[in-house]
Structures are given as structure tokens and as C-alpha cells.
Design a binder for this molecule. Structure first.
Ligand code: DGT
Ligand code: MG
Ligand code: MG
Ligand code: MG
Ligand code: MG
Length: 261
């Protein structure tokens, strides 16, 4: 078909391809989730329903976009890791960012009621997205460590803050002042001595955030032909709550950093 005289406008679309041979990380983050969590009465410091819905969305994204090898989520954010050798959407930044975030957000709405039951979704949630290149394995691991350390710092603060308010009867301003300048050990001490909470015994899902990996899982189906039970091993995106900062996790999952052909 002949080009129309308008075709030249295509040249205004600038190339935005990401560096080859680098890890790609797509991070999505809820827009204005401070307000969103209040409007929807999220439990404090953590709302299990919200975390499980976020994990579900990440799992659905990974089921759809097979290039993603791992995802890490905490609070209102999720990071999706794409290997150096991937040629997903010819490594076009906006195409990758927008597809991942759109899929995440539509799943968030679609699956809301499975996690929140009678509590209605009151307005359309929105997420932002960015895709960043990381040139080597060490920097990729440092990126993930940065997010998990952020999860730890925020969760320890929030756990202590809400203990002071909800159990200790302080106002939010009093709790804020009490925690000003405190170190991790001070917060652990407040939790332990005043509220009988051993921080290390709090569920790992809150302390460590959620990591989705493709886990080898036995899946049984009834063969439509023979009617027999057939069991196969499949790679199913699954949430785990491990420490991903230390070496142990990477030793247990060596395939994650292996060069993909
Ligand atoms: P942004 O990202 O710049 O548009 O602004 P926000 O408001 O989304 O801020 P952000 O992303 O730095 O912080 C996430 C907010 O979401 C933070 O106010 C805490 C809230 N949030 C996330 N998960 C939970 C939860 O499980 N329970 C409660 N109560 N709040 C949560
Ligand atoms: Mg946010
Ligand atoms: Mg923010
Ligand atoms: Mg956030
Ligand atoms: Mg199209």
C-alpha cells in the first residue's frame, strides 16, 4: 500500500532502545498509595490482602511475559528482572515499561475482589513505571539488596510506629518524636520490652518482602484423550519470602544469573 503524505510524522518517534547485554529492571510503583491505603482502610503496619494482591499481579505479569526471570515486591512497588540477553520488544524502553505496568494495573483491578471481598475498590488505581539497565550481576544484586533493605527499614519503622500508636496509645506525632534518631536496635528494644514482640518472629512476608521465582512444580492434569492422570514438572511463578541479599539465595538458584542462550 502506498504511503500517505502524512507518513513522515513517524520520524518524530525517537528510538528508545535500551543498552544491549545489560540486565533490565522494570519497577512499577503505586501512585499516591499513601492516600489509596487510607481510602481503602489498609491494616497497619501491613495489609496482608494488599500484599497478596500485589503478588498475584506480579505472578500474572510473569505468566504473560516469559522473559522475566524474577520479581521482587514490597509496599506498593514491584521490580521485574529481565536478563541481559533478552530481546523483549527489541529492548524498547517505553514499550517494555508500559506493557508491564498496564498488565499489572489491569490485574490489580481484575483480582481486587478475590483479596478484598466485600471491601469495594473505590477509585481506579494507577502505577508508574520505569526501566533501568544494570551492567553486571553485582550491580543487579545490589539493586535487589537496595529494595530489600528498604523493605526492612520501612517495616521495622512502621511496626514500631504502629505499636506505639495502636498498642501504646500515643498520637502519631508522639510516636514520630519517640522514634526520631533511633537506630534499628532501639526499635527492636522498644518492640521487645514494651510490646513483647520479637521482631525476628514477625512473618517473613513483611520483613523480607516477596520474591517471585519460576519454581519447578509438579502439575497433574487428566488427559482429555485417555482420561488418565498425567503429571508433569512445570515452571510456575511462585512467591517466596527469602533473604535475597546474602549469598545463600543465589547459591540455591544458580540458574537466575546464568547466561541465557
Ligand atoms: P508516589 O509513589 O510518589 O505516588 O506516592 P505514594 O503515596 O504511593 O508513596 P510511596 O510509594 O513512597 O509509599 C507507599 C505508600 O503506601 C506508603 O504511604 C505506605 C502505603 N502502603 C503500602 N502498603 C501498605 C500496607 O500494606 N498497609 C498500609 N497501611 N499502607 C501501605
Ligand atoms: Mg507509591
Ligand atoms: Mg514515591
Ligand atoms: Mg512506593
Ligand atoms: Mg498496535
Amino acid at each position: 500500500m502506498a504511503n500517505s503524505k502524512y507518513e513522515y510524522v513517524r520520524h518524530f518517534e525517537l528510538a528508545d532502545s535500551l543498552l544491549p547485554s545489560t540486565w533490565l529492571v522494570v519497577r512499577i510503583d503505586g501512585r499516591g498509595f499513601h492516600r489509596f491505603s487510607q481510602s481503602h482502610n489498609f491494616q497497619k503496619p501491613n495489609d496482608r490482602r494488599s500484599i497478596e494482591l500485589m503478588n498475584r499481579c506480579a505472578i500474572e505479569v510473569m505468566k504473560d511475559i516469559k522473559d522475566i526471570i524474577l520479581a521482587y515486591g514490597e509496599s506498593d512497588e514491584y521490580s521485574f528482572i529481565i536478563p541481559k540477553t533478552s530481546n523483549l520488544y527489541s529492548r524498547r524502553a517505553s514499550k517494555i515499561s508500559s506493557t508491564v505496568v498496564s498488565l499489572f494495573a489491569s490485574n490489580f483491578v481484575m483480582h481486587w475482589s478475590e483479596y478484598f471481598g466485600e471491601d469495594q475498590l473505590l477509585y481506579a488505581p494507577c502505577f508508574d513505571s520505569r526501566t533501568v539497565c544494570y551492567p553486571n550481576d553485582k550491580i543487579l544484586r545490589d539493586y535487589l539488596s537496595w529494595r530489600q533493605a528498604d523493605c526492612h527499614i520501612n517495616n521495622l519503622f512502621n511496626t514500631t510506629f504502629w505499636a506505639l500508636v495502636l498498642k501504646g496509645g500515643m498520637t502519631e506525632i508522639e510516636a514520630e518524636n519517640r522514634l526520631k534518631g533511633t537506630l534499628s536496635k532501639d526499635k527492636n528494644e522498644i518492640l521487645f520490652t514494651q510490646y513483647d514482640i520479637n521482631y525476628n518472629n514477625i512473618d517473613a512476608i513483611y520483613r523480607k518482602g516477596s520474591t517471585i521465582i519460576r519454581k519447578k512444580t509438579e502439575v497433574s492434569t487428566i488427559s482429555p484423550r485417555s482420561g488418565e492422570l498425567v503429571t508433569r514438572t512445570k515452571l510456575i511463578p511462585t512467591a517466596i519470602y527469602d533473604d535475597i541479599i546474602g549469598q545463600e539465595f543465589w547459591d540455591a538458584h544458580p540458574e537466575l544469573l546464568e547466561e541465557k542462550k
